[in-house]
Write a new protein. Structure first.
Lengths: 111, 114
């Protein structure tokens, strides 16, 4: 079965600093990878996906993610974090026709 | 474009009672998903519909959970009887297809079983 791991439960950064949220994956075959964000009392919102092609994927709200096949990683990045980026972030992998999610990383951006 | 609608937003029941959740997906989305999200964990797929047919219900506890999507549009998820461990947020999502299309999520229903 396909799976993803998010090694950090929490990430804390100062506003204006770079933000990285880590994700590693385990798949057989080509990976289809996703990032979602969840704000308090709201559902998950799609940020970006990697299916094939360029290893650097650009998504919503200034986020991007880098697919690294040799390191089996798909880290989410933002060059300059905002306080409003504080939320819960989930990495996911397509497993057959369904998504398998990681446990999530709570991001706190302090002013 | 209207998003995925869910109701109720919150529900508190006692164990052994029954409860039902409703979901209306984005218009035109053929695939509908129900997820269970326990506090501190990522969402776990309970059941997936393609139109009004079930694609995957392998993680649905069928002795107490049931779901239907009779007309291929909106869907209901029922728990009967509820257990304490069913306390979670139940998320509904929809997508155009079940390939690698992104899923759009509703706000969820937070269930507390006492």
């Amino acid at each position: 079965a396909q799976s993803v791991a998010q090694p950090e439960d929490q990430v804390n950064v100062a506003e204006g600093n770079p933000l990285t949220v880590k994700c590693t994956y385990s798949v057989s075959g080509n990976p289809y990878l996703f990032w979602y964000v969840q704000y308090p009392n709201r559902g998950l919102q799609f940020l970006l996906k990697y299916i094939t092609g360029d290893n650097l994927v650009k998504g919503s709200y200034g986020f991007e993610a880098e697919f690294n096949k040799s390191q089996t990683s798909f880290h989410l990045k933002k060059p300059s974090a905002l306080v409003s980026d504080s939320a819960l972030y989930f990495c996911a992998v397509r497993d057959d026709y369904k998504l398998s999610f990681g446990a999530g990383t709570t991001v706190t951006v302090r002013a | 474009e209207a998003g995925v609608a869910q109701s109720p937003r919150y529900k508190i029941i006692e164990k052994r009672q029954s409860v039902a959740f409703w979901c209306n997906p984005i218009s035109g989305h053929a695939t509908l998903y129900w997820y269970q999200q326990i506090l501190g964990q990522g969402p776990k797929l309970l059941i997936q519909f393609q139109n009004n047919g079930v694609v995957d219900d392998s993680q649905l506890p069928k002795d107490r959970f049931s779901a239907e999507r009779l007309k291929g549009v909106d869907s209901t998820l029922k728990i009967q009887p509820a257990k304490l461990e069913d306390s979670a947020v139940y998320l509904c999502a929809s997508s155009l297809g079940y390939s690698h299309n992104e899923q759009f999520f509703g706000p969820g229903t937070r269930l507390t079983v006492l």
